[in-house]
Design a protein around this ligand. Structure first.
Ligand code: ZN
Length: 394
């Protein structure tokens, strides 16, 4: 750890330029420098940082016409957008999986000084009609020791703050916390929320295999509730099913990611966490996975099989009623999918999410506008709900 620290300190002058960083991870080696955005790692840590994966929106260079409701321009807020910072990725070491070989991979790297890549991100946002992205770093530090995890989070949060302060109208952020060390996570959360660019924190759908409902994490959720910090729950697959996910189609993502979120949310509901913390603001990625599509089954399980339910847990509401207590992003691809989510959870619970810079949804505004719901509901989903949830005023 000490050697990593020293190494980063030595690298500090270079990384703050945002132009270069080291492609090795051994403090004893002399750094060999390659451009950020260059193809610096083929060891499995960051296959996404490959220039051939760079992505431009098909309408890049144009600006999508804004949406007005009742004479007011709607500020479109994308709550599901990612980034990485080279220093933190480097510090994690080559054994850490960070970024997959996906389109938009290079556009993840946006330290405040990487002006060209940031400009590419903003062009893609303009083409999509997105005014603001709320950035988050997908976790890759949950298996790290305390000192390393804290340092990775510190680097992420410092870079996120610098970036958002440099582009206050285009970026806000969900900070990084070392959730696996709850006492530290509480302190990090408290510190993060002192800076208004942070709207909450991004957490994985489980904490190194432990569910969020585990009592050890309750102090973290209590602090988030107290501070009004949004918990953005983002999946990272379901590795327990890796054998069945083998084969064509990237099923580990197509099914594994939404399933991961679904499991996380079901535990929050069934274990009574949303009763214990009724004002906790939970925002679930990818439309909450499969939860909204097949929610009603939840209401029957403990009736059908009481022996599979904990008689010490007495929920205040039926399980599906908790859906209107959770926020969901709109990343469900079809107008019919979004219409159903609105019917299931309520339009006031849905905000725009795209997974930027990964091009899962290039036309998020049109996706909402084509959905058979009222204009008031469309305006709320495009921006009003997120502005209220995240306390974004202008
Ligand atoms: Zn995502």
């Amino acid at each position: 750890m000490t050697s990593r620290r020293l190494f980063l300190r030595g690298l500090g002058g270079l990384t703050t330029s945002g132009i270069y960083f080291c492609n090795c991870c051994n403090a004893d080696e002399i750094p060999s420098l390659v451009p950020v955005g260059g193809n610096w790692d083929k060891g499995g840590q960051d296959l996404g940082n490959d220039p051939t994966l760079s992505y431009r929106h098909p309408l890049a260079g144009t600006k999508r016409k804004p949406f007005f409701y009742n004479g007011k321009r709607i500020k479109v807020i994308d709550t599901h957008a990612h980034c990485f910072f080279p220093e933190a990725v480097l510090l994690a070491g080559t054994g850490s999986y960070v970024n997959g070989a996906v389109k938009g991979g290079p556009e993840h790297y946006i330290p405040a000084s990487a002006k060209d890549i940031i400009q590419r991100r903003i062009e893609n946002m303009d083409a999509k009609g997105v005014d603001m992205e709320v950035l988050s770093v997908n976790t890759f530090w949950y298996s790290k020791d305390k000192e390393l995890a804290v340092e990775i989070c510190r680097i992420n949060n410092s870079n996120l703050a610098e970036l958002c302060e440099a582009y206050p109208n285009r970026f806000a952020a969900f900070g990084s916390i070392a959730t696996q060390y709850p006492e530290i996570a509480v302190k990090q959360l408290t510190e993060i929320m002192k800076n208004p660019v942070f709207k909450g924190v991004a957490i994985q759908a489980n904490v190194a295999g432990v569910e969020h409902s585990d009592p050890r994490f309750h102090p973290v959720w209590a602090k988030a509730e107290e501070l009004g910090a949004v918990l953005f729950i983002h999946p990272q697959g379901t590795p327990q099913l890796a054998q069945r996910f083998k084969g064509n189609g990237w099923i580990s993502n197509v099914i594994g990611n939404p399933l991961d979120t679904t499991i996380a949310l079901q535990h929050l509901i069934y274990e009574g966490i949303l009763d214990k913390f009724p004002d906790l603001k939970v925002l679930a990625a990818h439309g909450g996975g499969f939860l909204g599509s097949y929610a009603a089954r939840m209401d029957h399980s403990c009736f059908v099989s009481p022996s599979n339910c904990n008689s010490n847990i007495s929920l205040k509401k039926k399980p599906t009623d908790y859906l209107s207590q959770i926020f969901f992003d709109s990343l469900v691809f079809t107008p019919e999918g979004l219409r159903h989510l609105v019917a299931q959870v309520g339009s006031q619970q849905i905000v725009v999410g795209t997974d930027s810079p990964i091009p899962w949804e290039d036309f998020p505004v049109d996706h909402v506008l084509k959905t058979p719901i009222s204009d008031a509901q469309k305006a709320a989903i495009l921006g009003g709900n997120a502005a209220k949830l995240l306390r974004i005023t202008e």
